[in-house]
Design a protein around this ligand. Structure first.
Ligand code: MN
Ligand code: MN
Length: 287
């Protein structure tokens, strides 16, 4: 459990450091890179590319390989980061509101706190979903029902059980010592996301031989450094041409999966998120 606890502590420190950097006019890429440098300086590794998803984008937006954006007045920014220590992961998120969306932010925070309070051995996951739904709707918002929390395993970000953001009837019980992330999303839109365009966040699907030399170099690098954890195009130490050719060959041949960004179905809507990692029956590692 030592590595899980350490990963959680580093993730918590990086989150608190990062949320202070998100200001009107600040560069998305600079903030992201500072947070990732902080994780390394604290003795952690990056478990997945640091994501700062803005406004209607609920999740899976990381700085792109080319083209930076600046934070603007009114932006609702979800900072979601992951740290690993020998593969043991801390996954945590906070919303930074650059506008005046206090109750939207509060909705996902209250939901997370209420869910943590009842997350004990023997509690079924739909009970967690029920309190999340209740807290968010009581402030007049919708939980995003097709996103949710998850189990965590060494080198694996998403494992069973799924932790729903509403009562989905799943009676799977939480087990002592199990590591899970709880992540309520509150929306003033439809409460549904869809998979949008490519995020430049990839994950290894399989290993093996590929003919293209650039693809082969990238494959060797990512399978050693990231194993089954996600990584971003901007994190790879290859030039633009190598990446363009190599990544597309790897995707085409089923070696890599590219995640899509996850926007709310309703245009112009706003989404907040809070997330912690817990060891059931023991502690919140990312407190
Ligand atoms: Mn997360
Ligand atoms: Mn998560």
């Amino acid at each position: 459990m030592k590595d899980w606890i350490k990963a959680g502590e580093i993730a918590s420190s990086a989150r608190e450091y990062g949320k202070k950097l998100i200001k009107v006019g600040a560069s998305h890429l600079e903030v992201t890179e500072k947070i990732e440098a902080k994780i390394i300086s604290l003795g952690g590794e990056i478990a997945f590319p640091t994501q700062i998803s803005i406004n209607n984008i609920a999740a899976h937006y990381t700085s792109l390989f080319e083209g930076d954006v600046k934070f603007k007045e009114g932006d609702v920014c979800k900072l979601d980061l992951g740290v690993h220590v020998n593969g043991a992961i801390g996954d945590t998120a906070v919303t930074v509101d650059l506008g005046s969306n206090d109750s939207l932010v509060k909705a996902s925070l209250n939901a997370l706190n209420a869910a943590i309070k009842i997350a004990k051995p023997g509690v079924s996951v739909n009970e967690i979903g029920k309190v999340i739904h209740k807290e968010i709707t009581s402030l007049g918002f919708s939980p995003i029902v097709n996103l949710g929390g998850h189990g965590l395993d060494k080198w694996k970000i998403h494992t069973a059980p799924s932790i729903p953001n509403f009562d989905n009837g799943d009676k799977t019980k939480l087990v002592e010592g199990q590591v899970i992330a709880i992540e309520p999303f509150a929306s003033n839109g439809s409460g549904l996301i869809f998979e949008g365009k490519g995020s430049e966040i990839y994950q290894l699907e399989k290993e093996g031989n590929i003919r293209d030399a650039n693809a082969r170099k990238i494959l060797k690098f990512v399978s050693e450094k990231y194993k089954t954890l996600p990584f971003a195009k901007r994190q790879l130490p290859f030039n633009k041409l190598q990446l363009t050719v190599g990544l597309s060959a790897l995707k085409r041949n089923g070696f890599l999966h590219e995640y899509g960004v996850l926007p709310e179905k309703k245009e112009g809507s706003l989404v907040s998120q809070h997330e912690h990692t817990l060891i059931i029956g023991d502690r919140v590692t990312t407190k």
